[in-house]
Design a protein around this ligand. Structure first.
Ligand SMILES: [Zn+2]
Length: 474
């Protein structure tokens, strides 16, 4: 999180200059309609475990090199902390502001009343194809809208690699395409190739209890491993090994694109849908909280002939769709979008925005510590972040952090201030609570409705298998 601090000191003027020279300069300089778009979502990849985001371990040499030639957004956020609603936001530039889009684990889908990025690009003449890990981004959940092909041969990037490279070879000479690439490599269970599993184990031994543990859901021995000395370090090492492996797969992809003269003829975006808790706050997994390790995502955008630059402004994955259609100059009605075009945002044509995120769970006792449904919302208005948890009975708890002084969110100021809260502090908290309320109202978000409105979708055996392999729907 140190990088967060470092980049927050960037002067707004410098940020604008950088953007003008890269993104806006890019927009003005050429006809971009002929560029391919390649959007890569590495599921469950927290930003701060990549070298280019300041991680000390060498997990991502190839992505780091890619980032040196790209626009790197230091403070990029997901709308939420789990796969389905986050990808929904990426593809529609809409917040998952209905319980049937947000609440885990009820299986949900979105219909064609939402226009997706793939549909917009297809209507602008792009050939569209997706190679994904399925599961929560399965075609049948709504994500196939606008795609000519939607391919899933397995949950990890390598499972789709052969089909993808064949597709690239077949379509390299065509005018323009949109590729969406997704894989669950950094999502539990951790199964990096054997020779990489010990790469991030230094100065300590693998605990006996952790031998063979991949942290798959309900894997026998998993909890014993985590309780052992260095058990948590082992878990983190396996997550990092997966990053290292997916980083190699990214290089394979870049090499393939270069082989077909596509690397410099494409806008390439690397991002993720959410991060992962690795005992930063006493637990692992995602979905259940909105701490920075879950909502801060990598966002690295390489434009053809672009030079490397770093943008400190806070942006959201909602902003991807409007930014792309802006850069590509595709006429499209933006009134219904929740995101904003990044160049207009950062160049000061639009005011600074707060970052809002949300998550929610139905009351499955096995999944929710309290066993009752809740919705959680957060707002960041620098330097403060307020997290509000609203349970089905409408009882609420609040956490308040100063991200500048406490980027790891260890000190809940509401507890620290306690009985001695000053009038000024109380007013600050009230104004943040009001921001959340106003935002929820603007988004038409029902905070008193916890039932999932849609009946459970009948899923294909294939999608059920994919979800089970990720530890869901056991
Ligand atoms: Zn995910």
């Amino acid at each position: 999180m140190k990088t967060n601090m470092r980049f927050r000191t960037f002067s707004p003027i410098l940020v604008v200059v950088i953007l003008i020279s890269v993104l806006i300069g890019f927009i003005l300089s050429r006809n971009h309609c002929d560029y391919n778009i390649i959007l890569i979502s590495i599921d469950t990849l927290r930003a701060d475990h990549l070298g280019c985001y300041g991680y000390k371990k060498n997990t991502s040499p190839n992505i780091d090199e890619f980032a040196e030639q790209s626009v790197l957004f230091v403070n990029a956020y997901s709308t939420t902390a789990w796969t389905f609603p986050s990808h929904f936001s990426i593809f529609t530039s809409r917040n998952p502001n209905r319980t049937d889009l947000l609440m885990f684990p009820a299986v949900k889908s979105f219909d064609d009343s939402y226009v997706t990025l793939a549909e917009i690009l297809k209507s602008a003449g792009y050939r569209t194809a997706a190679f994904t890990g399925g599961g929560w981004v399965a075609a049948e959940l709504g994500f196939a809208q606008g795609f000519d092909e939607y391919v899933t041969h397995g949950r990890r990037f390598e499972h789709n690699q052969e089909a993808l490279f064949t597709w690239i070879a077949d379509h390299a000479s065509e005018n323009k395409f949109f590729l969406f690439l997704h894989g669950y490599n950094t999502h539990r269970p951790y199964n990096a190739p054997a020779h990489l599993k010990t790469r991030f184990i230094k100065a300590w031994k693998i605990p006996e209890e952790c031998r063979g543990i991949t942290f798959a859901s309900k894997q026998p021995g998993r909890e014993e491993c985590l309780k052992a000395k260095n058990g948590i370090n082992y878990m983190r090492s396996q997550y990092d090994a997966e990053i290292y492996y997916v980083d190699i797969l990214m290089k394979d992809l870049f090499d393939e694109l270069k082989k077909h003269d596509l690397f410099d003829n494409s806008i390439i975006i690397i991002t993720s849908d959410h991060g992962e808790e690795l005992f930063d706050h006493g637990r692992y997994d995602h979905i259940r909280t909105l701490y920075e390790e879950l909502i801060r995502i990598p966002l690295i955008v390489r434009v053809p002939n672009g030079t490397g630059s770093t943008i400190g402004a806070r942006v959201s994955n909602l902003d991807l769709l409007p930014t792309l259609i802006d850069i590509l100059d595709i006429p499209y009605e933006k009134a219904d979008l929740h995101g904003r075009s990044i160049p207009t945002l950062v160049s000061g044509q639009e005011p600074d925005s707060d970052i809002h995120t949300l998550t929610g769970m139905t009351g499955e006792p096995a999944l929710s510590a309290e066993g009752i449904p809740f919705i959680m919302l957060s707002v960041i208005r620098e330097p403060l972040k307020l997290i509000t948890k609203i349970r089905q009975d409408q009882s609420k708890t609040y956490e308040l952090y100063n991200l500048e002084e406490d980027p790891s969110e260890k000190e809940n100021l509401i507890e620290t201030w306690g009985d001695t809260t000053s009038v000024e502090q109380a007013a600050t908290v009230d104004s943040l609570k009001q921001l959340v309320q106003d935002w929820a109202q603007r988004m038409d978000m029902r905070l008193d409705l916890y039932e999932v409105e849609e009946t459970e979708k009948e899923l294909s055996p294939e999608t059920l298998k994919q979800l089970k392999s990720l530890g869901y729907l056991n």
